[in-house]
Every structure is written in structure tokens, then in C-alpha cells.
Design a protein around this ligand. Structure first.
Ligand SMILES: NC(=O)c1ccc[n+]([C@@H]2O[C@H](COP(=O)([O-])OP(=O)(O)OC[C@H]3O[C@@H](n4cnc5c(N)ncnc54)[C@H](OP(=O)(O)O)[C@@H]3O)[C@@H](O)[C@H]2O)c1
Length: 302
């Protein structure tokens, strides 16, 4: 069984390993790979077969919402769906252009289109896709989402954000849930996760496997540089892949309710599920990693 946490004090129980569907966005969007229909269908069904019950998506992830609706609506009772609003996508011949759209009409349109594409009548969590607290409040958009919650269209009101906007959004008390980026290679939001959790908010981490780490197919130079400068190879347990090490570090953080790991590779999905079942890293190792990475980040600030 995968471990579950409540998504905030009053939230539903979700598996600490969740699934991020951005990689299933399909052709003519952005990024370096395209996942075909057969693969999308098998990945999404395998996610639920593995016992994961929390899926994150967004109106602007190409055809990801549509695929979740197409392949999983018959299994709707098995998972919680988190989507996002406040951005629109303009389709060009070969790519999508994503623009912020902070108006009531556009948010209402986002909700309608998400319900339609996901083939559902209920969105468990609706998150603002970025934005700044004063802007969202003054435009009446926070009240709008709370009205939709009262009407029973959405279950929780959240925001997917990062510094510098994140602190005020968390401290505002306006949200049930916050989504932040975090991993041992990019721990800048660690304190804010603790703050949100102390306030009873649900916490979602994106990037919790740091895109697979130094052995990943798609290499991320900035994250890899932290890995090598902190000499994490020296503390990587024998036989453990970096992806497992990074994911289990994220799961060691008690303030993290769920981390929405993305993959379009069934072998990686199985590995991630097995890693999550092994749980967080031993606390001594977790402290050593935290210390090594903090030293690297301190050097950068000096
Ligand atoms: N602003 C926002 O709201 C925002 C921004 C970004 C992301 N998100 C959400 O967060 C989710 C996750 O974000 P992310 O994709 O940037 O971060 P991530 O989950 O850390 O990285 C996903 C990448 O990791 C690779 N990976 C996963 N498991 C692996 C394994 N065992 N071994 C090697 N590589 C592995 C995947 O490649 P393979 O397919 O090859 O496994 C994929 O390229 C997204 O899907 C989306 O739902 C939200």
C-alpha cells in the first residue's frame, strides 16, 4: 500500500506519491517529447493500477485533461483530480503559447472546459496557476473559487506558486492547498512548506524527483550541478538509483502531503512506486544531504 496523507487538515486522503500529467500534453505544445495515445492510456491506467489516487493537471497542458477524461473517467471514483485555472493557451501551427488570464470570465471558462474535458462534474482541487495575492483578491477571483466550492463544483481551493509570490499567498489564509517546487537539489521552498503545513494547508510538491536526477534521459544542467557540487554520489547508498534517492528525500519531509511525479515511462512508474513504498530516507542520511546542499547554496549566495 502507498502511504497516504490528508491534503490539509480538512482535506481528503491522498497518496504521498501522486502523478503529474504535464508530460502527457501531446503534440504541438512545447518541450522535447510527444507521448502518443496508446502510451498515455497505458500510463494513466497504470498510475491507478499501482494505487496512486492523486493526479495533477492544468487547462494549459495541451491535451492532458482530455486524455485523463478519455481514459480514466470510467474509473473516476478511484482518484482525486487537481487542475488549474488562470491561464489560456493560444494554439499556433507548431506550439502552444501560454498567457495569464486573470478575469472572472476566463476563470469560469477554464472551469467549464476542465469539467468537459475531464468528463466529470466535480474538480477535487482547483488551483490558481500562478498569480499574485492582491491581484487575485482585487479581481474577485478568490471569492469566485470559494463560491464554486460552496456550490459543490470544486472540493478545495488552491494555488500553484513559487517565491516571491508564494509567501503572501500562504499567509493570506485564503487557500486550502498550496503547490510548490521542491527537491533536495532545489530546496528553496522548504520553509514555506513548513509554514503552509503549520497553518493546516495541504501541501503539494512538484519537481519532487528533480526530473529524474543526473541519470535522467532529459538532462537538467542546473540541478545536476547541485548534485555534483554537493558530492551526493558519495552518500548515494550502493545499488540505489539517484531518482529513488531524490524521491525518497522528498518523501522524508513530513510537511509534504503529496509529490506529483511525472513520467511517461512504465518502468520509471514502477520504480517510483517501489521507492515510495520504501518510504523516506533514514534520518541521518536525510540530514547529511540537507547539510551538503545547504553548503553549496550558501557558496552561491556568498
Ligand atoms: N507551475 C506549475 O503549476 C507547474 C509547473 C511544473 C510542473 N507542474 C506539475 O508538476 C508535475 C511534475 O513536474 P515536473 O515534470 O517538472 O517534475 P518531475 O516530476 O520532477 O520530473 C518529471 C521527469 O522526471 C523523469 N522521471 C520520473 N521518474 C523517473 C525515474 N524513476 N527515473 C528517471 N527519470 C524519471 C520523467 O521522465 P520519464 O518520462 O522518462 O520517466 C520526467 O521527464 C507536472 O506533471 C505538473 O503536473 C506544475
Amino acid at each position: 500500500m502507498l502511504e497516504q496523507h490528508r491534503l490539509g487538515t480538512d482535506g481528503p486522503a491522498v497518496t504521498r506519491l501522486g502523478f503529474g500529467s504535464m508530460g502527457l500534453r501531446g503534440p504541438r505544445t512545447w518541450g522535447v517529447r510527444t507521448v502518443d495515445e496508446a502510451r498515455a492510456e497505458s500510463v494513466l491506467n497504470s498510475v491507478l493500477d499501482a494505487g496512486i489516487n492523486f493526479i495533477d493537471t492544468a487547462t494549459v497542458y495541451g491535451i492532458a485533461e482530455e486524455r485523463i477524461g478519455r481514459y480514466l473517467s470510467s474509473r473516476r471514483s478511484e482518484f482525486r483530480i487537481a487542475t488549474k485555472c488562470g491561464r489560456t493557451a493560444v494554439q499556433h501551427a507548431d506550439h502552444l503559447e501560454i498567457q495569464p488570464a486573470w478575469s472572472r470570465d476566463s476563470i469560469l471558462q477554464n472551469i467549464e472546459s476542465s469539467l468537459l474535458r475531464l468528463q466529470t462534474d466535480f474538480i477535487d482541487l482547483l488551483q490558481f496557476h500562478g498569480g499574485d495575492y492582491q491581484q487575485l483578491r482585487q479581481a474577485g477571483l478568490i471569492d469566485l473559487l470559494h463560491d464554486k466550492k460552496s456550490e459543490g463544483v470544486i472540493g478545495q481551493v488552491g494555488v500553484s506558486t513559487q517565491l516571491p509570490a508564494a509567501r503572501e499567498l500562504i499567509e493570506s489564509g485564503a487557500f486550502d492547498v498550496v503547490q510548490l517546487p521542491f527537491s533536495c537539489l532545489a530546496p528553496e521552498h522548504s520553509q514555506l512548506l513548513g509554514l503552509a503545513s503549520a497553518r493546516g494547508m495541504g501541501t503539494i510538491v512538484r519537481g519532487g524527483i528533480a526530473q529524474g536526477g543526473p541519470q535522467a534521459e532529459i538532462q537538467r544542467e542546473k540541478l545536476n550541478a547541485v548534485w555534483s557540487r554537493a558530492k551526493l554520489d558519495e552518500v548515494l547508498p550502493a545499488g540505489m538509483r539517484p531518482a529513488e534517492f531524490i524521491l525518497r528525500y522528498t518523501l522524508s519531509q513530513k510537511h509534504v502531503n503529496t509529490t506529483i511525479v511525472g513520467t511517461a515511462n512504465l518502468a520509471h512508474l514502477s520504480e517510483n512506486v517501489a521507492a515510495a513504498k520504501r518510504g523516506g530516507l533514514p534520518s541521518e542520511l536525510e540530514r547529511e544531504i540537507t547539510h551538503r546542499v545547504a553548503e553549496v547554496l550558501q557558496e552561491d549566495r556568498d
